[in-house]
Write a protein that binds this ligand. Structure first.
Ligand code: AHR
Length: 520
């Protein structure tokens, strides 16, 4: 049988077919602790919260008068769950919504705010009760950075400039006084600012030149006045593999004048096989599992492709690649409201999350921010809510298991991955990343993609003796196992440990599982 050799060095991932050992032999995995890679920026574990369906309203905001326990209108259970995964940043208010959002509708007394429309997402009424101050309160409650997307599609540079002045100046301007009158005298920090969203699509269908012309203006005038908190500006970048926006924005940046700058370029790429999304979130078979994992692994070539273009203009890697929309996009839950993008979340989603996070970690020299779509009740969510109840998804558990990788130092790994074959689809049987955490401990994340066979990993840390592996494993009875409000713990991580026998440390991975262990 052929096998895939995976060499994950400091330069990324290489796959090639080689002759391999039998399926039941252990896979030798070497970690080279002498060659440290880049820091795995904790911001790759960012979230995205759009005014879409029940993502904000019900999912985050219930209002101060709700019977659901809340702090100033923001539900306490969701805040606690998000604090536990140390969310580094939240992107808001969209998505497509951002390019039709007018921030002034969302400030001042809530009972005086206008009802507007949300034409992108079901055409529902947007009550504007969750606006700027509520969002900033929310990110402060969960300990995350604000990642604001400004309206480039239907707004004006003056509107964006005013929003930034309102948020960030400490000088006694009229806008700062208005902010204080609305309850916040101190300027806010805005560490990340998106200059438009998908300007090639819902954000204005702009040609390359049109977007670059807008970018220069907005990057200049949407100023951060908060001297103690720097702000990184993120330009709209590619949709999937098309490098048009990557080339155009990077070229403009390379030849820029002193009058504008950016610090990031966005990439959007969902795991979606058909459009409109037709793959079921539950009740799918092995073929749909394998097809989705294959599509997910495509993130590796996408990131490599756009990074290579960026390297031509920015070899010092000053500009971060910001994968600020990623995740599985599946057929909507039957009976859910049109345009609300509600979908269940299975063990397959957990693997999709781990495989994507591994790609970002491997490219941590360039990918320094990423945001899964979306945080609560929408697409590949962390959390589902139903009235007063809250549920954690398999994807949430992966984010929790990956906490040791926040700001850890990437370490190259080398292994013969073997092959998992389903019909004519060939995938590596296992995927792995290693890192040294901020306290100096060594961590491995191991994913067994094969839904039928366990995998044994023979761990070798630069020839050193490893006696113990301890951590968590996420496995499930079926690839489409899900958590429900009736069975919330059906898919949940379990403690995991393995001890060395003689000189060998063998880590046994259940079929279709993710295991994160500390090596001692
Ligand atoms: O996440 C849902 C939508 O997908 C976002 O609003 C948009 O940016 C993307 O097309």
């Amino acid at each position: 049988m052929r096998s895939l050799r995976v060499v994950i060095g400091l330069a990324g991932l290489a796959l090639c077919a080689v002759a391999s050992a039998a399926e039941n032999e252990s896979i030798r995995l070497g970690v080279d602790v002498s060659r440290s890679g880049a820091r795995i920026d904790r911001h790759i574990f960012g979230q995205f919260a759009e005014h879409l369906g029940r993502g904000i309203y019900e999912g985050v905001w219930v209002g101060p008068d709700s019977k659901i326990p809340n702090t100033r209108g923001i539900r306490n259970d969701v805040v606690e769950a998000l604090k536990a995964i140390k969310v580094p940043n939240v992107r808001w208010p969209g998505g497509c919504f951002a390019d039709e959002y007018h921030w002034r509708n969302g400030i001042g007394p809530r009972d005086k705010r206008p009802a507007t429309l949300n034409p992108n997402w079901g055409g529902v009424i947007e009550p504007n009760t969750f606006g700027t101050h509520e969002f900033m309160d929310f990110v402060q409650q969960i300990g995350a950075d604000a990642y604001l997307s400004i309206n480039v599609g239907s707004g004006t540079p003056a509107e964006a400039a005013d929003w930034l002045e309102y948020l960030t100046t400490s000088q006694p301007t009229a806008l700062a006084k208005e902010r204080a009158a609305n309850g916040h005298a101190d300027p806010y920090p805005i560490p990340l600012l998106g200059i438009g969203n998908e300007s090639w699509g819902c954000g204005g269908s702009m040609t390359l030149d049109e977007y670059v012309n807008h970018l220069k203006v907005y990057a200049r005038y949407a100023r951060n006045y908060n001297a103690t908190h720097p702000m990184r500006r993120v330009a709209v970048g590619p949709d999937g593999p098309d490098t048009g926006y990557t080339e155009a924005v990077m070229k403009a940046w390379k030849n820029k004048t002193w009058a504008w700058d950016i610090e990031g370029l966005s990439l959007h790429s969902y795991t979606v096989v058909k459009w409109p999304p037709a793959f079921k979130a539950t009740g799918f078979g092995e073929n749909e599992y394998a097809v989705m994992l294959k599509a997910t692994l495509n993130m590796e070539s996408l990131v490599s492709k756009h990074s290579a273009v960026m390297d031509q203009y920015d070899p010092e890697k000053k500009i971060a690649l910001v994968v600020d929309e990623w995740g599985a996009w599946l057929a909507a839950t039957p009976g859910s409201p049109e345009g609300f993008l509600e979908q269940q979340n299975s063990q397959r989603d957990a693997l999709i999350a781990a495989l994507n996070l591994n790609v970002f970690a491997r490219h941590s020299d360039r990918v320094r921010v990423a945001n899964i779509a979306q945080m609560v009740n929408v697409l590949q969510a962390m959390i589902f809510t139903r009235k007063e109840k809250m549920l954690l998804t398999p994807t949430y558990h992966v984010f929790r298991m990956y906490l040791p990788f926040h700001d850890a130092t990437f370490l190259p790994v080398d292994f013969v991955a073997g092959m998992y074959k389903s019909g004519d689809i060939e995938l590596p049987r296992v995927d792995a990343i290693a890192a040294r955490d901020t306290a100096g401990k060594l961590w491995l994340s191991l994913t067994n993609l094969d839904p039928n066979l366990a995998a044994s990993i023979d761990v070798d840390i630069s020839g050193r003796k490893v006696t113990n592996a301890k951590g968590l494993t996420l496995a499930a009875p079926r690839i489409d196992s899900v958590n429900t409000f009736e069975t919330p713990g059906a898919v949940a991580p379990k403690p995991f440990s393995a001890k060395a026998a003689g000189k060998k440390l063998i880590v046994k991975l259940a079929p279709a599982s993710i295991t994160v262990v500390e090596l001692e």
